[in-house]
Design a protein around this ligand. Structure first.
Ligand code: NAD
Length: 486
């Protein structure tokens, strides 16, 4: 088993995990541990490339930092993603290998179920590490987080209806639910009981059919969901569904769902505001599951009544965010980020874990193991944090080819910097992303120059960590080229 650090500015640790015998390919991203060890789910998804997986892990980990900060769980933000199809590739061996990777971090990252993994899978992971939460209730653990996530989303959604439509009565309100998985099933139950009219869709038709039958919902094809006339669009599938293509088509008054990272970029929150659509920020709405698993780690242990009390508070937080956004004239998305950053700053100031840089550890108990929480780096000031955030946003954007790097000609002009390991890693990921987006010649040119640089540099870490990937990629893409020529 191999764990390799990928240095990414703005993130405390990012690790690439590989295990030959089980075929495990995974990424663990630890974004921020100001408030405590990083807590976040383990996602399994058939990413087309490692770069898509990395991008997802980075976004999700950052979202977890904000979610934890706003919900005041006392934990930091992290996420793990496994590359693979959960239906086809998930094996006991693979989950156990993942457990060993998590264990190697000594509690700096605590995992739980997420899209593509279940409570049962966490039991397998638990065979290798105590740093797992959300195990079955029978074991004294907190069980499936989805019902708590769904309750928080339902209460937040009702707050948005009250805000935008001036009623708390959901009877007759049309809610278009995208994705009919764990959270959506519970959410639909609450909405149905409250008298809402449901419209559902899923890329797996059987899942949508099941909910349609159960709640008399109207069934639509996945692409239809955006342009449906309705009061509420509830994204409960994957992230990025609020983007340049979908926002102009929306015919709803409110967006309120459980999916993480619904806005593809921060400005999509602004676009929603410009269109007069009330958006309930995802990481505020979907904190119920996190509150449930975090309760397991409190000194007093799991207590469902206290979880429910805290989940109900989500409605109040949503109202605060809506009111702040309206008062400040900013998007709800930006208002929620501001709230998270304020809360993180307060934690830093309170010096819960000792004065900045003193490395005084805090402690939590996970599965009987004590986790001594020690930040790896000196907490950054608010302005540095903002700069780092902007930097990571820029790296992600560059990867998306959104900085005028759309064409190879322009790409050549915007050749990335080589130098320290961070620059080199960024250049490598950028090149791979551009290749993925079809700019193969430009991507290959960057890789070739990067190889030249790495063959002469004295930066041993760059040589050890990046050069093998660069060489493998060049070999692969020159093979592809020969194949194309044939
Ligand atoms: P899930 O895997 O059970 O459900 C997701 C569903 O979305 C699946 O049925 C899938 O087929 C469907 N789907 C995927 N892409 C789709 C598309 N383009 N159109 C329509 N359907 C699509 O996952 P879940 O646990 O219900 O989580 C749903 C979302 O909520 C995820 O984004 C997750 O990160 C987020 N979330 C979940 C929890 C939790 O407690 N489970 C907590 C916080 C956030």
């Amino acid at each position: 088993m191999e764990l390799r650090e990928i240095p990414i500015e703005g993130y405390e640790r990012v690790l690439q995990c590989h295990d030959g015998p089980s075929g495990l390919q995974a990424i663990i991203a630890i974004h921020d541990t100001t408030s405590g060890p990083a807590l976040g789910g383990l996602r399994m998804w058939p990413y087309t490339t490692r770069h898509h997986a990395l991008r997802d892990a980075l976004r999700l980990a950052r979202g977890m930092t904000y979610q934890s900060a706003v919900a005041e769980t006392g934990f930091g933000g992290g996420k793990a993603v496994v590359l693979g199809d959960a239906q086809r590739d998930k094996t006991t061996c693979l989950l156990r290998a993942m457990g060993r990777c998590v264990d190697r971090l000594d509690g700096q990252y605590i995992t739980a179920e997420d899209v593509g993994t279940s409570v049962e899978d966490m039991l397998v992971v638990r065979q290798e590490t105590p740093y797992v939460v959300g195990l079955p209730r029978a074991m004294g653990s907190s069980g499936d987080p989805a019902p708590f996530t769904a309750l928080g989303v339902f209460l937040g959604l009702r707050t948005c209806v009250e805000w935008a439509l001036h009623t708390t009565d959901l009877r007759g309100i049309r809610v278009a639910v995208q994705g009919c998985g764990n959270v959506a099933s519970h959410l639909c139950k609450h909405l149905h009981q409250a008298g809402a009219r449901l419209i559902v869709t899923d890329v797996v038709p059987a899942k949508a059919q099941r909910l349609a039958q159960q709640y008399g919902a109207r069934l639509v094809a996945p692409e239809e969901i955006y342009a449906l006339p309705c009061e509420v669009y509830a994204p409960c599938a994957l992230g990025g569904t609020l983007n340049d293509h979908t926002i102009p088509r929306l015919q709803c008054q409110i967006v309120a769902g459980s999916a993480n990272n619904q806005c593809l970029w921060e400005e999509h929150g602004d676009h929603l505001r410009q269109r007069g659509i009330v958006y309930a920020p995802d990481f505020v709405m979907n904190a119920g599951g996190l509150l449930n698993v975090a309760m397991e780690l409190t000194p007093a242990g799991y207590n469902e009544a206290r979880v429910l009390e805290r989940v109900r508070h989500i409605a109040t937080t949503v109202r605060t965010v809506l009111a702040t956004a309206a008062h400040e004239g900013i998007s709800t998305h930006r208002a929620a980020i501001r709230l998270a950053e304020q809360k993180l700053a307060t934690v830093r100031q309170a010096k819960v874990y000792g004065p900045a840089g003193s490395e005084t550890p805090g402690e939590v108990s996970v599965g009987g193991a004590r986790v001594r929480h020690r930040r790896r780096s000196t907490p950054a000031s608010a302005s540095t944090q903002r700069r780092q955030l902007q930097y990571s946003e820029d790296v992600l954007r560059q990867s998306e080819g959104e900085h005028g790097l759309g064409g190879e000609e322009e790409g050549m002009r915007a050749f990335p910097n080589f130098g320290n390991i961070r620059d080199n890693a960024t250049a490598f990921h950028l090149a791979m992303d551009m290749i993925e987006h079809g700019h193969v010649a430009w991507g290959r040119a960057v890789l070739a120059r990067l190889r030249e640089h790495l063959q002469t540099t004295h930066d041993i870490k760059s040589v050890q960590w990046i050069l093998p990937d660069v060489e493998a990629a060049l070999q692969r893409f020159s093979c592809d080229e020969q194949h194309e020529m044939r």
